[in-house]
Design a protein around this ligand. Structure first.
Ligand code: 5GP
Ligand code: ZN
Length: 112
């Protein structure tokens, strides 16, 4: 599969890593849309998008959310917004499920 985030997870494409373990990896977005903008992904390509979450893969999704507070701390933020774009019309460009972690002074001006 020709997947950008699989390549980042495998270290084939470099990234500025925030956190990594056997299941997930977090790294800074290459085109930040806030003062702090990280991404957290499962290392395995368990789902293209949130539409593919099911009972067989949801434990990794839960694990991501268990780890997000630590990942946010590592990025130096305690207040942040978590975003998942699901599908083309929602702005999803990389079809490997991922969660944006955004933080900064002006998030209240954004969509939600
Ligand atoms: P999406 O639009 O699918 O919700 O989010 C994909 C994100 O991946 C975008 O915010 C985009 O800037 C980021 N991105 C795309 N290519 C790369 C890359 O090569 N490295 C990193 N670190 N982020 C990337
Ligand atoms: Zn992938």
């Amino acid at each position: 599969m020709d997947c950008l985030f699989c390549k980042i997870a495998a270290g084939e494409i470099p990234s500025k890593k925030v956190y990594e373990d056997d299941k997930i990896i977090a790294f800074y977005d290459i085109a930040p849309q806030a003062q702090v903008h990280g991404l957290v992904i499962p290392k395995d390509h368990i789902a293209d998008s949130a539409n593919d979450i099911n009972g067989d893969n949801s434990s990794v999704i839960a694990y991501i959310f268990e780890k997000i507070p630590e990942i946010a701390r590592l990025m130096g933020v305690a207040s942040y917004r978590i975003i998942n774009n699901c599908g083309d019309k929602a702005g999803q460009t990389v079809k490997h499920i991922h969660f944006h972690i955004l933080s900064g002074d002006n998030l209240s001006e954004k969509l939600v």
